[in-house]
Design a binder for this molecule. Structure first.
Ligand SMILES: NC(=O)c1ccc[n+]([C@@H]2O[C@H](COP(=O)([O-])OP(=O)(O)OC[C@H]3O[C@@H](n4cnc5c(N)ncnc54)[C@H](O)[C@@H]3O)[C@@H](O)[C@H]2O)c1
Length: 299
C-alpha cells in the first residue's frame, strides 16, 4: 500500500470528517501530499469552522506525512480556483482531485423550498464542476508544456440516491445523478491529456447517515468510512491510468461497478400517439425495471 501514491499531490474536499477524512488519511499513508479542504459547516451546510480540517492535517503530519489546510467553499468559482492554486503553490503541482464535499437538505418534493434545492445543487454539482474545471485547465497547461499526457486524476462522489433514486432526496439525488453524468463526459474529454475521471458511490456510517436508522456495533464497524477509501486511493494512483468514466460503489461491505443507462427494446417511430401508446407499454414490459436502492431491478 505504502508507495501507491508516492510523491503525488492530492486535494480532498470536505476532508475534515467522514468519508473525506478517511480518503485524506489513506492517500497520505500511500505517500501523497494532501491539501485538506473543508468549510467545516453542519450537515445542512450552515456555519464554518477550520478546526476539524486542521486536526486532520495534524494527524497526517504526526504520522510522518505532508498536509496543509484549505477552508475555501468548493462551490465558489473563486474559492475553488484558490484551492487548486494553493495545492500547486504549497506542494509544487497537483495530481489528484477528490471531490467529496457534500451537504443534505432532505425534504419531500411537495414541501421542498427553493433554498433547499439551490443549496444542495450548488454544493454538490457546482462544488464538483468548479474545482474540476480549474484543475483541468491546469492539467491542460501542463500537458502542453511537456507535450504529452499528464497523470491527473479526478475522483468524484456520487450516491445510490442519484444513480438508483431515493425518496425524499430529489435535490440531492438530482445533484448526484448529475455528478455521475459529469464524470462520464469529463472522462471522455480529458482522456487525451492523461486525466482519468471516475466517481465512487460510498456507503458509510457518518454524521450524514447515522440518523437514518439504528445500527449495531458490527454494522458500524463494516460501514466505517475507511472502507470506502481503498477504492479512492487506487483510482488516484498512476496504476489506474487506464480506468476512466466508471462509477464504483464502495463501502458497507462491498465494492461494485455500476452499469449505466442502456437502450432497451426499440421500434420505429409512429406519428399516431394512440397507436404508439400500447407499443410503448409493450416495450416497457420487456425492459428491465429501474434499480432500487440495492442496485437490483425493482419487481
Ligand atoms: N455516508 C454515506 O453513506 C454516503 C452515501 C452516499 C454519498 N455520500 C457522499 O459522500 C460525501 C461525504 O459524505 P460524508 O458522509 O462523509 O458526510 P460528512 O458530513 O461527514 O462530510 C462532508 C464534509 O463536506 C464538508 N463540506 C460541505 N460543504 C462544503 C463546501 N461547500 N466546501 C467545502 N467543504 C464542504 C463538510 O464540512 C463535511 O466535513 C458527500 O458527497 C456525500 O454526499 C455519502
Amino acid at each position: 500500500m505504502a508507495g501507491l501514491c508516492e510523491g503525488r499531490v492530492a486535494i480532498v474536499t470536505g476532508a475534515a470528517r467522514g468519508v473525506g477524512k478517511e480518503n485524506a488519511l489513506l492517500l497520505a499513508k500511500c505517500g501523497a501530499k494532501v491539501l485538506v479542504n473543508d468549510l467545516g459547516g453542519a450537515v445542512d451546510g450552515t456555519g464554518a469552522d477550520r478546526t476539524p480540517a486542521q486536526e486532520v492535517a495534524e494527524e497526517i503530519i504526526a504520522a510522518g506525512g505532508e498536509a496543509a489546510v484549505n477552508g475555501d467553499d468548493v462551490s465558489s468559482w473563486d474559492g475553488a480556483k484558490a484551492m487548486i492554486d494553493q495545492a500547486i503553490s504549497t506542494f509544487g503541482k497537483l495530481d489528484i482531485l477528490v471531490n467529496n464535499a457534500g451537504i443534505l437538505r432532505d425534504r419531500m418534493l411537495v414541501n421542498m423550498t427553493e433554498e433547499e434545492w439551490d443549496s444542495v445543487i450548488q454544493v454538490h454539482l457546482k462544488g464538483t464542476f468548479a474545482p474540476s474545471r480549474h484543475a483541468a485547465a491546469y492539467w491542460r497547461g501542463q500537458s502542453k508544456e511537456i507535450d504529452g499526457p499528464v497523470s491527473g486524476r479526478i475522483i468524484n462522489t456520487t450516491s445510490t440516491s442519484g444513480i438508483y433514486g431515493n425518496v425524499g432526496q430529489t435535490n440531492y439525488g438530482a445533484a448526484k445523478a448529475g455528478i455521475a453524468a459529469f464524470t462520464i463526459i469529463a472522462a471522455r474529454e480529458l482522456r487525451r491529456i492523461g486525466v482519468t475521471v471516475n466517481a465512487i458511490s460510498p456507503s458509510a456510517y457518518t454524521r450524514m447517515t447515522d440518523s437514518l436508522r439504528e445500527y449495531t456495533e458490527e454494522e458500524i464497524e463494516w460501514r466505517h468510512p475507511r472502507w470506502v477509501s481503498p477504492t479512492v486511493a487506487y483510482l488516484a494512483s498512476e496504476e489506474a491510468h487506464d480506468l476512466s468514466g466508471r462509477i464504483i460503489q464502495a463501502g458497507g461491505g462491498m465494492v461494485a461497478v455500476c452499469e449505466g443507462w442502456r437502450r432497451g427494446a426499440e421500434m420505429e417511430q409512429l406519428a399516431d400517439p394512440a397507436e404508439l401508446g400500447p407499443k410503448i407499454r409493450e416495450m416497457c414490459e420487456q425492459a428491465r425495471n429501474n434499480s432500487g436502492m440495492d442496485g437490483e431491478p425493482l419487481d
